[in-house]
Ligand binder design. Structure first.
Ligand SMILES: Cc1cc2nc3c(=O)[nH]c(=O)nc-3n(C[C@H](O)[C@H](O)[C@H](O)COP(=O)(O)OP(=O)(O)OC[C@H]3O[C@@H](n4cnc5c(N)ncnc54)[C@H](O)[C@@H]3O)c2cc1C
Length: 494
């Protein structure tokens, strides 16, 4: 298998030495690791096609099989596995006679264990397929290989005075392929939507090596099922996305950034409701809680006020006259709800500095504890204040430290537990806390993940959320597209 892979991509593009594999043995998800069998870097779609065909057809009885599940592994949450100190995830991989497991990887910043290897698998890392292929000014599209970083996509659009809005906090590192596979959101999701809203076409290599192109440059197209939508958010389980045709939009002419602080989280939540009720859709409406504000200030030294319970980062963009009017109205909503302090950025540099407060939230929290477990529940906007209070109460109940921040305008919050994976008893309490948080999110009409995906982290919660019929249809789709279950087996569902 290794020599066949070397023939396809060249020896320099296949890693097998243990020390070379270690950096690919984890992703951005805390406390999970597993060495793969090898890491392969394809340089083009033909390489991907030949590699998948090889993996799909290889007689697996000639190679060591993936580790069997440990007893009791099935159905337990990933946090439970961490709590028991297991560093090999007992993924339930079907016994196979044909097919080598393939885990597609972009930059490995995923937060649900999607690109975490499976024992002895082949990691297909797409970062060397990073060409910007075409910027079409007439049709406002950008055609790229999926190993390009989100930042490179944004920069290419910017250079043509155009705009690619999705901006996940990880955009400097994450790949556009990872963004499509997770349907990633970002700080501008409220006004501009998520990655799916900007995908016009995809090139996908199916597990048997066939290459499929779905979508085009047409603004309207209803010919057949919307296949591209099936692959968006499929988390590397249905095909390998090799190219993407993205929609670009005109760049907003002006932007204004404000930060407001509040003595109580409820005041911040009410200010958000008032802004939306005033029919303003800001491009950014983010919040940080007290713990996160302190960690960010300690880390980034922005001069944030520390005597507050909540901080709102608000941005509006568009026509200069509309921006000025909306910024004034947002300021008024914040004041009406008792804002302690309102800071309006004087220029782009100050605006970027204030946005850094939010962008660095995860990194800032990650500095203060050996293990940070970041979650991703989303509730209808009207339930947000209730959900934030619930997270704080659960943290109190289990005697845990939590920092919560997130996309307040989207109802998407990231409760982040600051813990230590070596403390098994505390990890158990974290798991119990998450179970209550997910159950409450579902009860409030929300979802268990707004943007980070299911991967291994949430798979035990998916059936409760999706229901039997949806689970069956998803399994059937998987069986049709990937009958040998070579792509990311055991992820999303067993
Ligand atoms: C500091 C930080 C901030 C973050 N902020 C955000 C945020 O604001 N919003 C957000 O949504 N997420 C955020 N994330 C999560 C993460 O960055 C995103 O999920 C991102 O899209 C992952 O991209 P990646 O290239 O790192 O993919 P990886 O982590 O390598 O892979 C993610 C999943 O996609 C699959 N995959 C990757 N590439 C392909 C491909 N070409 N074809 C098929 N499947 C593929 C993998 O198998 C895996 O299941 C953040 C993460 C960090 C560490």
């Amino acid at each position: 298998m290794i020599s066949a892979l070397q023939q396809i991509v060249g020896t320099e593009n296949v890693l097998t030495a243990r020390e070379d594999l270690i950096p690919y043995s984890f992703d951005g998800t805390a406390a999970l690791k597993q060495l793969p069998g090898c890491v392969v870097f394809p340089r083009n779609t033909d390489h991907v096609s030949r590699i998948l065909k090889l993996a799909n057809e290889t007689n697996a009885t000639n190679v060591s099989p993936p580790s069997p599940p440990r007893s009791g592994g099935e159905g337990r949450s990933e946090v439970a596995l961490r709590a028991q100190g297991e560093d090999r995830i007992p993924l339930v991989v079907p016994s196979r006679s044909i097919g080598i497991p393939v885990v597609t990887r972009g930059s490995g910043t995923g937060l649900s264990g999607g690109s975490l290897p499976i024992a002895d698998c082949l990691v297909l890392c797409l970062v060397k397929m990073d060409k910007i292929l075409e910027l079409d000014r007439a049709n406002l599209t950008l055609h790229v290989e999926t190993g390009a970083t989100t930042q490179a996509v944004s920069d290419a659009a910017n250079a043509a005075s155009l705009f690619y809005p999705p901006d996940p906090g990880s955009m400097k590192i994450s790949t556009i392929g990872g963004n499509v596979a997770e349907n990633s959101g970002g700080l501008r999701g409220l006004k501009y939507g998520v990655t799916r809203n900007y995908v016009m076409g995809l090139e996908v290599v199916l597990p048997n090596g066939e290459i499929l192109w779905t979508g085009n440059k047409c603004v309207k197209d209803v010919a057949g099922y919307s296949m591209k939508d099936l692959f968006i958010g499929s988390e590397g389980t249905l095909g390998v996305i090799t190219r993407v045709l993205l929609k670009l939009i005109p760049k907003p002419a002006a932007k204004k950034t404000l930060v407001a602080t509040f003595a109580q989280m409820d005041q911040a939540a009410q200010a958000v409701s008032d802004i939306i009720a005033a029919q303003i859709i800001p491009c950014t409406l983010e919040f940080l809680d007290r713990t996160t504000i302190r960690c960010v200030e300690d880390y980034a030294k922005i001069g944030l006020p520390l005597d507050c319970e909540a901080l709102l980062l608000m941005e509006t963009d568009g026509h200069p006259a509309a921006v000025a009017e909306e910024a004034a109205k947002m300021e008024e909503c914040a004041r009406k709800n008792g804002a302690l302090q309102i800071r309006v950025a004087k220029d782009d540099a100050e605006a970027a500095q204030l946005a850094t407060a939010r962008r660095s939230a995860f990194s800032a929290l990650a500095r203060v504890a050996p293990t940070t477990i970041l979650e991703d529940v989303t509730v209808p906007r009207s339930e947000l204040a209730r959900m934030v209070r619930f997270v704080a109460a659960v943290a109190d109940k289990y005697n845990l430290r939590v920092g919560t921040f997130g996309h307040m305008g989207d109802g998407n919050l990231h409760p982040t537990f600051l813990t230590d994976e070596r403390n098994k008893e505390e990890m158990h309490r974290v798991e119990e806390a998450f179970k209550e948080i997910f159950a409450e999110a579902i009860r409030l009409g929300g979802t268990i993940t707004g943007e980070h995906g299911i991967g291994v982290a949430k798979k035990s919660f998916l059936p409760q959320f999706a229901g039997d019929t949806q689970m069956r249809v998803m399994r059937e789709l998987k069986n049709v597209l990937d009958p040998n279950h070579i792509l990311n087996p055991g992820k999303m569902f067993d």
